[in-house]
Design a protein around this ligand. Structure first.
Ligand code: DON
Length: 329
């Protein structure tokens, strides 16, 4: 990856400038399909960057709590591959972009597997796999692991959880479709409860940036030093975030921003610059794909100014290959 061109003080100034610039964008709608999410303050906007050495560059409401929602999906998938092995997990869920909305009721033709773990069919399957191995302790285990990744004790928003549990008929339909095809175990209501709870974990933009920095830092939290994932599985997680993390906007995101990312309907966006940075943004007004409007536009701009895109001309590729191709005389 490219080195950040600006020294730290310039990076801080850039984050501040972009925060002010995109504060002016008031387009989008706060999600209301989970009634409790509709109570979010539409003006809130926080941006946090955490480097792999723990330095932070922030602007706006970085300490405002909101629910993690779908940003829980890559982290839960990571736990599943870490604990059950990638082969086992991939027997149940594929890694293909679906090109459809996050809550589409569809499975792959033939295999009847969900397309990928970043959409609801796949994420509910992952929650069910974890539930099959941890039973009634699954959510506590997940919360513990997420807390280690974030580097602080996280908690759950009871009201959002209740709100989604009460109104999550579509997810319940998905869960029963998965049961019908034998993708998940019988106790699907309990697994679905884990999914609703994991979506209701409270985080801040800073937490997201720190969780991203843990991925970026080869699976180790940059501040606490706690190890969450092995290097091999960090690659698994980031690959699926890159191809599927932004739902039916994933192709456009790869084109415009070109880094692994994941969004959630409460307004969070998490992005990862491999081996350098975690980025977390929070702004609850969403576009038609369910992605935060300000979060997307700020990331597009940041990526362009810092040359973050994986195919940016400034990215000179593998230093190992470079050493092999151009050995010192
Ligand atoms: O499954 C749901 O409806 C939510 N709990 C999570 C959805 C979500 O965040 C999708 N995001 N863009």
């Amino acid at each position: 990856m490219t080195d950040v061109a600006a020294p730290p003080n310039e990076l801080y100034a850039l984050v501040s400038t972009l925060h002010s610039k995109y504060s002016l964008n008031v387009t989008g709608e706060v999600a209301t399909y989970i009634p409790e999410l509709g109570k979010a303050n539409p003006d809130h906007f926080g941006v946090s960057l955490v480097a792999t050495d723990g330095r932070m560059f922030e602007a706006g409401e970085c300490q405002q709590l909101f629910t993690i929602q779908s940003i829980s999906k890559p982290f839960a998938f990571g736990l599943a591959v870490e604990e059950l092995g990638a082969d086992n997990v991939l027997q149940r869920v594929s890694v293909e972009p679906s090109g459809d909305a996050f809550n589409s009721i569809e499975l792959q033709t033939g295999s009847n597997r969900p397309f990928n773990p970043m959409i609801n069919t796949g994420a509910i399957t992952v929650s069910a796999l974890l539930h099959a191995s941890h039973g009634s302790k699954t959510f506590d285990h997940l919360l513990d692991r997420f807390s280690a990744i974030a580097g602080r004790q996280l908690s759950m928003d009871e009201s959002v959880y209740e709100s989604e549990r009460r109104t999550g008929h579509r997810n319940r339909a998905i869960a029963h479709l998965l049961l019908n095809f034998g993708v998940v175990h019988e106790d699907i209501e309990a697994a679905l409860d884990v999914y609703f709870r994991q979506c209701s974990i409270l985080v801040t933009a800073r937490d997201l940036a720190m969780m991203g920095a843990t991925l970026s830092n080869m699976g180790r939290n940059p501040v606490t030093g706690d190890s969450a994932y092995s290097i091999r599985h960090v690659k698994d997680i980031l690959s699926i975030m890159f191809t599927c993390g932004m739902y039916d906007y994933s192709g456009q995101w790869a084109y415009r921003v070109g880094i692994p990312a994941k969004s959630g309907v409460a307004g969070g966006v998490l992005a990862v610059i491999n081996r350098q940075l975690g980025i977390g943004t929070y702004s609850p007004k969403l576009d038609k794909y369910g992605n935060s409007v300000r979060g997307i536009e700020l990331c597009v701009d940041l990526a362009s100014r810092l040359g973050l895109h994986v195919f940016d001309v400034l990215n000179t590729g593998s230093s190992f290959l470079d050493a092999v191709l151009n050995p010192p005389n």
